[in-house]
Write a protein that binds this ligand. Structure first.
Ligand code: OOG
Ligand code: MG
Length: 256
C-alpha cells in the first residue's frame, strides 16, 4: 500500500475520465489510510490551481446507504474546480459515469470544529441554499468499499448551489422534486438527511476534526443527498425544486 501512488492513480482517473479498479491486494487501505489518500489526492488539484472551498457529507440518508451498500457517514473535500454555475452546462465526457442528487448547502459564518450541538452548528451558519451534487465514482462500475470511496474523495465531482436564504430557514422537512426535462426522476424530503440537515453539519464538524480540519468561515458544507442518485444522460435539463428554497438547475450538453 502506497498513499502517494494510489492518490496519483485516482487523480489520473478523474483527470482522464477513465474508470480505475477498486483498491484491492497491495492497494487495499484502512479507513484511516483512505482519508490520507484523499488528503494527498487534493494536493494534486491544489497544485493545478484549485482551492478547497468546503466539504461534503456522504451517506447521510438511508436512500444513499441502500443504493451504494454502505452504512457509515463519510466526508470529502470540495474544491473550486468542482463548482458548476447555477443554470450552467456540463460536458459528460469530462466524467466517468456521473450521477446527480439533491442536497442542501450551508455557508459557514463562524468556525466550527469537533463536538458541537445542533444549536451551536446552526449559530455558525451564515446562509443556506438548495443544491445539486454531481457525483462520479472513479471506480469501475461505480462500485466501492467504504475505504475505496473515502480515498476517491467521496465520489465528489461537481456541485451547483442555488439562491442563498436566511440561516434560520427551517430545513427540517422540505419536500423536493428533481426532474430531467420536466419529468420527475426523484422525490423526497430534506428530513431524509439524518432526520434534519443540521445533523449533517454536526457530523461534518466532528468527522473533519478527526482528520485535523475545521469548518472555516466562508466555506461550504453539502449535507448529503436526500434521495438516491440518478444517472445523467447527455442533453438533459436537470432541475430540483425545493419547498421554501426555490430551485437549482443546470444542463448536460448534447453529444457532438
Ligand atoms: C458516495 C458519495 C455519497 C451522498 O450525498 O450521500 C454522497 C457515492 O454515492 O458515490 O455524496
Ligand atoms: Mg452527495
Amino acid at each position: 500500500m502506497n498513499i502517494q501512488r494510489i492518490a496519483k492513480r485516482l487523480d489520473a482517473a478523474a483527470v482522464h475520465a477513465e474508470a480505475t479498479p477498486q483498491l484491492t491486494g497491495d492497494d487495499a487501505v484502512t479507513l484511516e489510510q483512505a482519508y490520507a489518500v484523499q488528503r494527498e489526492l487534493i494536493t494534486h488539484r491544489i497544485a493545478r490551481g484549485a482551492r478547497q472551498v468546503g466539504i461534503k457529507m456522504g451517506f447521510t440518508s438511508r436512500a444513499k446507504m441502500a443504493q451504494m451498500g454502505v452504512s457509515d457517514l463519510i466526508w470529502g473535500r470540495l474544491t473550486s474546480d468542482m463548482w458548476i454555475e447555477e443554470g450552467g452546462s456540463i460536458d459528460l465526457s469530462d466524467f466517468v459515469h456521473p450521477r446527480v442528487e439533491p442536497e442542501v448547502c450551508f455557508l459557514m459564518g463562524k468556525r466550527l470544529e469537533g463536538h458541537v450541538t445542533p444549536l451551536e452548528a446552526l449559530a455558525a451558519v451564515e446562509a443556506v441554499a438548495p443544491a445539486l451534487e454531481v457525483i462520479d465514482s472513479r471506480y469501475c462500475d461505480f462500485r466501492f468499499s467504504l475505504p475505496d470511496v473515502v480515498a476517491d474523495n467521496a465520489s465528489s465531482s461537481g456541485f451547483v448551489v442555488g439562491a442563498w436564504h436566511r440561516p434560520d430557514t427551517d430545513l427540517r422537512n422540505l419536500g423536493l422534486v428533481m426532474s430531467f426535462d420536466g419529468r420527475a426522476v426523484a422525490m423526497g424530503s430534506t428530513a431524509a438527511i439524518l432526520g434534519a440537515p443540521v445533523r449533517a453539519l454536526v457530523s461534518a464538524a466532528r468527522l473533519a476534526a478527526e482528520q485535523g480540519e475545521a469548518l472555516e468561515p466562508g466555506s461550504l458544507v453539502l449535507a448529503g443527498a436526500a434521495t438516491a442518485a440518478v444517472t445523467l444522460r447527455p442533453g438533459v435539463a436537470v432541475r430540483c425544486e425545493f419547498q421554501n428554497l426555490g430551485s437549482v438547475a443546470f444542463e448536460t450538453r448534447r453529444e457532438e
